[in-house]
Design a binder for this molecule. Structure first.
Ligand SMILES: Cc1ncc(COP(=O)(O)O)c(C=O)c1O
Length: 502
């Protein structure tokens, strides 16, 4: 063991009695840093408590307390009759990065070595749309927070916290709370025509977590996955993480073009679709196209992810049945989320597995997932079981329909000849076609300067698409703000048109 004179430490040790931080914390922090940065080596002897106290002008009790604390942390060891030493255990777990932190500036290019899969994926990720702190006209994908029944939610939350402690505090079931899986099964039967048992439902931390799990479970690197083009960015990134080959499949008025998919990748292993409200264009997949897709998947032995993220929100007539409800071949993995129907901070989503995958998902989640927070799962289960969820959806449908009308109305009055807002019968957002002289990216950039959020279609495209234009959200924006936003957007487009004419 290296023996070192205790005095060696002293020049580096300083405490500031006037600094707001207690001396014990200052001294423990300085010593800890000296040790973890490698300035003091494992086995080196620290000064005695008496010496150190005298040298830096603090009470001996303070130093004893600091040594006790660092001993508890495993950073130093006390040896009876021999004083305190830097722990030998640090030889094996010294965090090399801490030493490097001083040299960071000298090595700006130093990068951690990534797994091949992760390195490849991170080159292909697209930036997800930012979520502003407060929704602006025309932020997409956010429910109407202003209409959320907060008091009811708080009551259910308080009720839950009065339940027996074991129920409140213990680890949740990895597949999800049984009461929530039961409530989801009942909700899906009544509202989405899906007959499933709670055993087929698996709860995740949001839909995106479910997409990633599905990919990791069923896909190998380089497997072909049909992906709507343009399409959603989050799911795209989740699947890219698995190393798969995304096949951008075009869309028409019926939804994903199955014929094109078959031409591009007849050997596809999976198709990712948003049939209720294609993200981002808003097309509802026709019934005919749904059956074509199911047949193609059956023939290829491929899986289909049906992302039903806004399935509850349709504003007129009867929507076509979910793919899952007409999936006789058992190819569809249905994914739902409470991010839109309740609120995104919940981080609760779920999948409904086809019967032949139930056992697989059970095995995988029980081995690798520790479950979503019980508190939120339990409140959502009660919210559904007591009928509040159905009432909330009905109320929100009305609010969203009003906001959608407000947008279409305002567009007709203010944006005529500049931007044509396409009507939509579902969802939180709609597609708007720009007059041909405008560049969609430039419009989005200049709109952002005026605190207006519009997303150009190209943001969602894996390869360039025929459509150009903008996606406008309406769900989170009260009608007066929609009106003001439409006026401001019209003003911008007129300014840009005038600039081009000069
Ligand atoms: C197309 C699509 N699917 C699903 C989701 C829900 O994802 P999560 O449950 O992870 O919030 C979103 C959220 O924005 C989305 O845009």
């Amino acid at each position: 063991m290296v023996k070192h004179a205790g005095g060696v430490l002293l020049p580096a040790l300083r405490v500031e009695p006037e600094a707001g931080t207690p001396i014990t914390i200052q001294l423990a922090g300085t010593l800890r840093n000296l040790i973890l940065s490698g300035d003091l080596q494992p086995g080196e002897r620290l000064p005695s408590t008496r010496t150190l106290a005298q040298d830096i002008g603090v009470s001996r009790t303070t130093v004893v307390n600091v040594y006790d604390q660092l001993t508890t942390e495993g950073i130093i060891e006390s040896r009876v009759g021999a004083g305190a030493y830097v722990s030998d255990a640090l030889e094996f777990r010294r965090p090399v990065e801490l030493k490097l932190s001083n040299t960071k500036k000298e090595n700006p290019g130093l990068k951690p070595r990534l797994a091949n899969l992760s390195a490849d994926a991170s080159q292909q990720y697209s930036l997800r749309l930012p979520h502003p702190e407060h929704p602006l006209p025309f932020t997409t994908g956010i429910p109407a927070f202003d209409a959320f029944p907060m008091a009811q939610w708080a009551r259910l939350s308080a009720e839950f916290l009065r339940e027996p402690r074991d129920d409140v505090l213990r680890y949740p079931d990895s597949s999800g709370l049984l009461t929530l899986r039961q409530a989801i099964a009942v909700h899906l039967r009544a509202n989405r025509g899906i007959n499933c048992s709670p055993d087929e439902v698996f709860i995740f931390n949001g839909a995106q977590d479910a997409f990633n799990r599905i990919g990791m479970t069923l896909l190998d690197p380089d497997d072909a996955v049909w992906f709507e083009n343009p399409g959603t960015i989050g799911a795209r990134n989740s699947l890219i993480t698995c190393g798969v080959r995304l096949i951008p499949v075009p869309l028409d008025g019926d939804g994903i073009c199955v014929e094109d998919g078959l031409q591009l990748a007849p050997d596809f292993r999976m198709a990712f679709v948003t049939p209720a409200h294609q993200h981002p264009l808003g097309v509802t997949m026709s019934l005919k196209r749904r059956f074509e897709l199911l047949r193609a998947a059956e023939r290829a032995g491929a899986w289909i992810i049906e992302d039903d993220y806004v399935g509850e929100f349709h504003y007129s007539g009867r929507p076509p049945p979910t793919l899952k409800s007409v999936d006789e071949g058992g190819r569809v993995i249905y994914v739902g989320s409470f991010s839109k129907s309740l609120f995104p901070a919940l981080r609760l989503g779920y999948l409904v597995a086809p019967p032949k995958l139930v056992e697989t998902f059970h095995r995988i989640v029980s081995a690798t997932v520790q479950g979503a927070p019980t508190h939120f799962q339990s409140i959502v289960a009660r919210f559904i079981q007591e009928g509040h969820f159905a009432a909330h959806i009905r109320r929100m449908r009305k609010i969203y329909a009003e906001r959608k009308h407000a947008l279409i109305d305002a567009a007709v009055r203010h944006l005529d000849g500049l931007l044509t807002v396409k009507p939509t019968e579902t969802g939180f957002q709609t597609y708007a076609e720009l007059a041909p002289e405008f560049d969609e990216v430039e419009v989005a950039r200049r709109a952002a300067e005026r605190r207006i959020v519009v997303s150009p279609i190209s943001r969602f495209s894996i390869v360039p698409v025929a459509q150009t234009g903008l996606i406008l959200g309406f769900s989170a924006i009260p009608p007066p703000a929609i009106e003001a936003g439409a006026k401001a957007l019209a003003d911008l487009l007129r300014t840009m048109r005038a600039e081009q004419a000069r």
